[in-house]
Design a protein around this ligand. Structure first.
Ligand SMILES: [Mg+2]
Length: 328
């Protein structure tokens, strides 16, 4: 049987099949009518994933591409301490993609939305002369007035990070070499820190938080700008696993550079009062994730710096010689 193409089936034919696959009760009208929960505010975020920039179609199965596009958006809801609820998916498809591939992509979208108890409530599909692109919007909810934000970090606050760093960046290098395993999975299907964000919100102890999509080396500047503070990162304190160090060695990359600038880890960076450090570490540990102190918030005039194990200090931006590009 010849491979079925979008042109054979038509956009409406494909949409009907995808609707059946997604099993969402919100699809079928011009716009979705969505319920809201009393006492909650709406969170909204959008992020486009482009083949060759944010994922590698040739190296990933379609389910991974679909899951990743949802997960990176859910991470932004997690960063605010919220619960993801709804997703809208706009898909731009090059002519060479088969209908079976697109259906498998939506299977991945469904897997990831089911995981977070979300529903796909809208979207569209169009042909494109450009690369495969998934533009996903996610709506979430958070208790009114309680959202975690990037504002509020104060000089003297310890800086924390969930989990460990550099996994996705080294995983991308392994993926390019055709390898598989847990580090490759960390890149292909990142796990947004929803439970951790909820635990942090419930603690009511967080001064500022954000998720790490581009890497600490650039995202920390955004948090510092919004809070109008500086920061220092202790390189020796960065949580970098033995697995990441070993894999970095095999691809000839500096694990610290990967941890700071590799990006795509989707961990949370958090600032809170030093007196509350133990409590915060305990509530996040209850979700199953370590929360590591990696540095300290400083006055704005000190800028954003890194402390090296030899005692020297340098600006975080441009201060590292061997960092890899973040993009696929
Ligand atoms: Mg973000």
């Amino acid at each position: 049987m010849p491979t079925e193409r979008l042109a054979d089936l038509g956009e409406f034919g494909l949409l009907a099949r995808i609707r059946a696959r997604l099993g969402s009760s919100y699809l079928g009208d011009d716009a979705a009518v969505l319920p809201r929960t009393a006492g909650m505010e709406l969170l909204a975020t959008v992020d486009a994933q482009v083949d060759g920039v944010h994922f590698l179609r040739e190296r990933m199965v379609p389910q991974q591409v679909g899951r990743r596009a949802i997960a990176v958006n859910v991470s932004d809801i997690a960063a605010m301490g919220g619960l993801p609820r709804f997703a809208l998916v706009s898909l731009l498809v090059p002519a060479d993609l088969s209908v079976a591939w697109i259906e498998a992509l939506y299977d991945g979208i469904r897997q990831e939305t089911v995981r977070w108890e979300m529903q796909v409530v809208g979207g569209n599909i169009s042909g494109t002369p450009g690369p495969l692109t998934l533009d996903v919007a996610v709506l979430g909810e958070v208790e009114t007035g309680c959202a975690l934000t990037r504002r509020g970090a104060r000089p003297g606050d310890p800086l924390f990070v969930t989990g460990d760093l550099g996994r996705a960046a080294v995983g991308l290098h392994l993926l390019r070499r055709g390898e598989s395993g847990s580090l490759v999975d960390a890149y292909c299907t990142p796990v947004p820190r929803v439970g951790e964000g909820r635990a942090l919100l419930r603690s009511r102890l967080v001064h500022a938080a954000m998720d790490l999509s581009d890497g600490l080396g650039s995202d920390l500047y955004r948090l510092c700008e919004e809070s109008q503070v500086g920061a220092v990162i202790e390189v020796a304190a960065l949580p970098i696993s033995g697995e990441v160090r070993a894999a970095a060695a095999t691809v000839g990359l500096d694990p610290v550079g990967l941890a700071l600038f590799g990006g795509e880890d989707f961990e949370l960076v958090v600032a809170a009062a030093s007196n509350d450090a133990g409590t915060l570490q305990r509530v996040v540990a209850e979700v199953g994730t370590p929360l590591t102190v990696i540095g300290e918030v400083r006055p704005a005039g000190e800028g954003v710096t890194v402390h090296l194990p030899d005692g020297s200090k340098r600006p975080l931006a441009g201060g590292w010689d061997h960092f890899p590009g973040r993009h696929a």
